[in-house]
Ligand binder design. Structure first.
Ligand code: BTN
Length: 253
């Protein structure tokens, strides 16, 4: 799929491959993993024809934005590997601080980044394993650098691009910044576990201490965003009880 991969030396520790066009960098990561690629490796697509978001949504992927996936073999169980979505969000926040100086950058549980209140980036984790160990993990990251898609009817937030704040970096430059930030946050996660990642995420979390709404398949829970627990679950204080939520779409009423 896609053009010939251009092997490049990244400034960070992890090598990268750049593709002019791909169906999806996450799909390429899956193919490579199934072919035995050991990773870690960054895959950068300059365009995607089948970009995907969470819950099977499409991720519109014209040229100018960042579409990157880190393929790795984390050597962890599914719970610990899933927490890499928070590591990725922190690296994205560092990228946005540089790409959109002076703008308000916030993280929305579990894996979105907001710029001046609009959705600017999302993270999609995909993996395969045997239930006890994760064999490979694809950390897919999309950042609206040059352009934002039109707002989808069910979107919780208006899309925004970094270009609305400042002239944006190219995708290659953005990956330089992202990969360097990833290396720092990943080193911290591996050395000290989830506690400092959780604290850093909470420090940048949108609407902490305020009323938010978590939409689950069977119910909608409204409550005070009280915490993120040690397993990365959203803790909502409903007034009657504390609910710990593993997966939901979050809205700010
Ligand atoms: C979301 O917010 O729904 C997550 C969006 C993730 C998009 C990125 S772009 C790079 C990687 N390849 C994909 O097909 N999806 C992720």
């Amino acid at each position: 799929m896609g053009d010939n991969p251009n092997l490049q030396n990244a400034p960070g520790a992890i090598p990268r491959r750049v593709f002019a066009e791909l169906d999806s960098t996450n799909e390429e990561a899956r193919r490579l993993a199934r072919q035995g690629e050991a990773g870690p490796v960054w895959l950068l697509g300059l365009r995607q024809t089948g970009g995907r978001g969470r819950r099977g949504r499409e991720w519109t992927s014209p040229e100018g934005n960042l579409y990157a996936t880190l393929l790795l073999r984390p050597g962890m169980g599914p719970g610990a590997a899933a927490l890499y979505s928070f590591v990725a969000c922190l690296a994205v926040a560092d990228l946005l601080d540089r790409a959109a100086p002076g703008a308000e950058v916030a993280l929305k549980w579990p894996n979105d980044a907001l710029l001046n209140g609009g959705k600017v980036a999302g993270v999609l984790l995909e993996s395969e394993g045997d239930g006890r160990a994760v064999h490979w993990l694809a950390v897919g990251i999309g950042v609206n650098l040059a352009s934002a898609p039109p707002r989808a009817p069910d979107a919780a937030f208006p899309p925004i691009a970094a270009a609305e704040v400042a002239p944006p970096p190219s995708p290659e430059q953005a990956l330089d910044i992202l990969a360097e930030a990833w290396d720092r946050w990943d080193a911290l996660y591996r050395a000290e576990g989830f506690a400092p990642i959780r604290a850093a995420f909470l420090a940048r979390a949108a609407r902490i201490g305020e009323i938010i709404e978590a939409r689950l398949p069977q119910e909608t829970i409204r409550g005070l965003f009280a915490d993120l627990d040690e397993d990365g679950r959203l803790v909502l204080d409903t007034g009657e009880t504390r609910r710990r939520i593993s997966a939901a779409d979050v809205f700010f009423p």
